[in-house]
Design a protein around this ligand. Structure first.
Ligand SMILES: [Zn+2]
Ligand SMILES: [Zn+2]
Length: 403
């Protein structure tokens, strides 16, 4: 359990995670870390099995801890198909069925992968009441320590409560070898946190919503660390990979401390997740989460900049002002990083902003503008500013071979 005393009204934060191991050769420690379990069911996909799964399997087997392994075909989406497969294969068939046996279930589920596999295994863990852990294979999002999982249910994306990982194992050598689009996705997921915390502050001031200064500060520090690290990702500088990996884990931990994703998800996520849903509705595989969030972040920043210029609401102006230096830094970063965008069609962009307002029950600047009857005007202005200032090509143009 990880605990932290706090000055906020909760007074104390804790999460059931027992170990977070982030180091150069973290995989070597896996048998020690998981030594309390003896029927570990390992789940990977075809890609993650190659980059880490095979090694983990060998190490657990040698230590006598492994029950069996499931390798899902790619792309393994967090949907009923993947969850069903994991569930169906969670128990290992015995040659002779022993009617007196306690259970054929494993005593632990170990996901080897990133976003989708983590979310899939978390859901199965939660439903079966079996602890789970994650061996991360890419610093591509901040959900390793999260409390909820956004899962595809038919043509809908629904956020479900899920288990929190007991163990998070991040081998920096594995992370450093991750494909560049996944590294960019991790950066995109983190850059949005300035907007998320600003939205949270707005709701604290306007609605009296619970706010934790300490958690907000931790997220902002992790964000600054990741933004700095983003410059070194393409060259895979070890310090950059470490900083990005640690920042994403810390952000996830803050979500778990808070008990909701409020510190890590605001306007930028609600817009991005709406675009993801629009893809699902059209029958397409959604784009990388962090790439969409990166685009949503620049959209939100443009909305805030316009509001800062035009508003007579002193409280609002003051709050936005605090974040303008951070927004400037992100704009500079974008000129180097050239984070690719996926939504370039005006109508789709604006639709995402408008529908994003109610993506979940969370007060953000989108609701503030809607109440003023100005949301559509702001969405259109944000699109124009984005395309002029921050757009450097589409994801497909930049990574034509990405599947
Ligand atoms: Zn607190
Ligand atoms: Zn995210």
């Amino acid at each position: 359990m990880i605990e932290m005393d706090c000055t906020c009204t909760q007074g104390h934060h804790c999460i059931p995670t027992e170990v977070i191991e982030i180091s150069d050769n973290a995989l070597e420690k896996i048998a020690d870390i998981l030594s309390a379990y003896h029927r570990i069911f390992m789940v990977a996909d075809e890609n993650t099995y190659q980059v880490a799964g095979r090694r983990v399997e060998g190490l657990l087997q040698a230590a006598g801890l492994l029950s069996h392994t499931l390798v899902l075909p790619v792309p393994a989406l967090p949907n009923a198909e993947s969850i069903g497969r994991v569930l169906m294969e969670a128990g290992q068939d015995r040659e002779v069925y022993d009617i007196n046996a306690w259970s054929l279930n494993p005593d632990y589920i170990l996901a080897v992968g990133s976003g989708s596999l983590n979310d899939t295994c978390r859901m199965v863990s939660y439903r079966l009441g079996i602890p789970y852990g994650i061996v991360g294979t890419a610093p591509s999002m901040d959900g390793y320590a999260s409390v909820v999982a956004p899962l595809l249910n038919g043509r809908k994306k629904i956020v479900y409560n899920c288990s929190i990982a007991r163990h998070i194992i991040i081998d920096l050598t594995v992370n450093a070898a991750a494909p560049y689009p996944l590294l960019l996705s991790g950066a995109g997921d983190m850059l949005g946190k300035y907007v998320a915390i600003l939205d949270w502050e707005i709701s604290r001031d306007r609605n009296g919503e619970y706010f934790c200064e300490k958690i907000a500060d931790m997220v902002l520090t992790a964000t600054a660390q990741c933004a700095e690290a983003a410059y070194g990702l393409e060259k895979r500088e070890p310090a950059a990979i470490r900083a990005a990996s640690e920042g994403l884990i810390l952000s996830g931990e803050c979500i778990a401390f808070c008990g909701s994703s409020r510190p890590a998800s605001g306007t930028e996520h609600m817009i991005a997740q709406t675009w993801e849903v629009m893809d699902v509705e059209d029958g397409h595989v959604p784009n990388l989460h962090g790439i969409e969030v990166g685009e949503g972040t620049f959209a939100a920043m443009e909305i805030f900049r316009k509001l800062h210029r035009e508003t007579h609401d002193k409280g609002m102006k003051g709050l936005i002002e605090k974040y303008l230096p951070a927004f400037d830094r992100l704009e500079t970063l974008q000129k180097t990083l050239k984070l690719p965008f996926t939504v370039t069609d005006r109508e789709r962009f604006v639709d995402g902003v408008l529908r994003g307002r109610t993506f979940r029950d969370r007060y953000t600047v989108l609701q503030y503008l809607y109440d003023l009857g100005r949301l559509e005007e702001y969405a259109e202005a944000a699109y124009d500013a984005m395309m002029e200032k921050h757009y450097f090509g589409t994801f497909r143009e930049r990574f034509p071979d990405w599947k």
